[in-house]
Structure formats: C-alpha cells, structure tokens
Design a protein around this ligand. Structure first.
Ligand code: IMP
Length: 197
C-alpha cells in the first residue's frame, strides 16, 4: 500500500520508508505538480494540533487530484527539554534555524538536569478517517555536538538506550529501533489495520 508523506524534509521520508517498508508500505513524498506542497505551520502549543492542521491542509490540496483516494501522512516532531519546561517543543524548527545546536547547548550550560525527549505525532488520513499516533524517545542533551548522521538535533541528543552515543552517532537502523518517529509511524500503521499489510 502506498503512503504519501507530505513533508519537505527528505530525511524524514528516508526514515519513514525504512520504518514502514518492512511493514508492507511504500512511502513516497507527496509532490503536487512536481512541487512539495507549502503547508502553513500554525502557532500552536502542541505538536498534535500542528500535525492535524497540516494534514487537513494537505487533504484539501489533494482533493480532485489523482491522489485523492490515497493514504496521506503528515508528521510533526520536536525536542522537549525538561529543565527548560519543555522548550523548544513546538518551536523546535525555529530554534534550530535561529540559535542552532550551539545555542541550545549554551542555554544548558552548567545545567545538571539534562533530561529531554523527542516527541513525534504522525497523522494519517485514509478514506475519510484521520488517525494519529504519538511516539516518544527519552534521553538527554549532550555536553557537545557529536556525530554526522541523521539531521536536526540528532548531534546533541543521547537516547537512554545508546550508552552515551548521540542519535547522530547511530546507524539509520539503530535510530529506527528507538526513535520517536518510528513509534509514531508504527502506531499509525497499526491503526490502519489493512488486510494487505
Ligand atoms: P518538524 O517536525 O519538521 O517541524 O521538526 C521540528 C524540529 O525538530 C526541526 O528542527 C527538526 O530538525 C527537529 N527534528 C525532528 N525530528 C528529528 C529527529 O529525528 N532528530 C533530530 N531532530 C529532529
């Protein structure tokens, strides 16, 4: 079964494909007229609200197109740092683009409680139904930037399970076993519960 992923982030498409292909799904980036559709990210407190808003925008964009009857996926994620009361959370993209990873490490300078989590909400629309699933990856913020794989905050996030290695020091398969995106996508794929899976 094909799942069209509405995202401009090619890293997310690659990760989603690695996670969902073994479950029988073919993940493709949604392109309309060869372009990534421009989805407005609303100012919202929660990433679930953001994911649903973007999914509703994407659903309206595919109405009347060849994709109308296909499964459509949107995912929104963020990094939540406990000692900063969940910041940057829904502002994670903005914070990454402005102060960057070194800015986040500066905010954490001298902080003993480095606990944090990645959260992802996958929202999927199929045959008029909208399903959502949340995935969480718990860990901590590193003292320094380490590793070159992955994307975003991966070089400063150490999952609980990886013996001190950041996500950017994991192979794609290692990250997929424990990532917030993996749990969210597997959850939503179970909700689809299709006989063809
Ligand atoms: P969005 O879900 O594309 O809005 O991403 C929010 C922010 O979280 C962006 O700065 C992403 O780079 C970052 N982000 C999302 N998922 C991951 C991940 O798996 N690893 C590292 N950073 C991530």
């Amino acid at each position: 079964m094909r799942v069209l992923f509405a995202t401009g982030n090619q890293n997310k498409v690659t990760e989603a494909s690695g996670i969902l292909s073994p479950l029988g799904f073919v993940v493709e980036q949604l392109l309309i007229g060869g372009q990534v559709p421009d989805l407005v990210e609303p100012q919202a407190e929660g990433i679930e609200e953001i994911a649903i808003s973007k999914l509703e925008q994407a659903v309206s964009l595919i109405m009347g197109t060849e994709f109308e009857n296909e499964a459509l996926l949107v995912e929104d994620s963020g990094l939540f740092i406990y000692s900063l009361s969940g910041f940057p959370g829904p502002y994670s993209s903005f914070v990454q683009e402005t102060i960057g990873l070194s800015g986040v490490l500066s905010l954490m300078s001298g902080e003993k409680d480095r606990g944090a989590e990645f959260r992802a909400v996958a929202a999927l629309s199929f045959q008029g139904n909208i399903m959502t699933s949340t995935g969480i990856c718990r860990g901590s913020i590193s003292e320094k930037i380490s590793g070159d794989s992955g994307f975003g905050y991966d070089p400063i996030f150490i999952p609980e399970e990886t013996n001190g290695r950041t996500c950017a020091q994991l192979s794609p398969d290692e990250k997929s076993l424990i990532s917030h995106r993996s749990f969210a996508l597997k959850g939503v794929s179970e909700l689809l519960n299709l006989p063809s899976k």
